[in-house]
Design a protein around this ligand. Sequence first.
Ligand code: UDP
Length: 240
Amino acid sequence: MEKTRLLYEGKAKKVYATENPETVIVSYKDDATAFNGLKKGSISGKGVINNRMSNLLMAMLEKNGVPTHLVEELSERDTLVKKVQIVPLEVIVRNISAGSFAKRYGVEEGIVFDEPTFEFSYKNDALGDPLINETHALALKLATKEEIARIRDLALKTNQLLKDYFSERGVILVDFKLEFGRLSDGSIVLADEISPDTCRFWDAKTREKLDKDRFRRDLGNVEDAYIEMMRRVSGKENEQ
Ligand code: UDP
């Protein structure tokens, strides 16, 4: 499948049309942003890692009953995916307090929750992706009640599957952001990406951060953290 024309360029990815109206090609860049685009930079090799990792995780989820947009990895940075209409909600699931949760409620990072939390942000850069509740999302017609229920089920199922998957690889899944899309038949699938850009990962032994927080907070060794996460996901940690 070939790229025909550029449809959209986002912060970390480009999206191209293909000859098939039902598919698009996503191309992962090394560009990184944080704090609603205020902090800009580049993480060398990130696009290659995020492309591979996201595809491995989506394939695992698909196998376990979570429908995704994934069709086929085309190259180091390019993946063929089903064309979707993105539901403009960032779906955030948390297992441990961190980031904006810790800040908003004035608590430390690292509180382990008895049950995962679930929240939406309204995907709107001009407004800075504000927190939004279900009734507001319905009022704004961002999704239907049925779609929201489906998204919630799929997000919580994804959390359980990812938590177990990473735990087997010595990684704590702290929190993550998902995006869902509608296929042409209206059904909901997991879209966008799952990577160290969109998840918080802590090493289970040392609690070292292995994700984009290293970039956000200028902690150094950003590239190494992405490489280490890729190594864990590839299962290479057991090879001598
Ligand atoms: N996240 C993301 N994109 C965003 C906002 C958050 O991928 O625009 C991810 C982030 O990496 C983390 C989770 O969602 O894994 C929860 O982020 P939080 O709400 O704590 O916001 P942040 O501190 O990242 O601004």
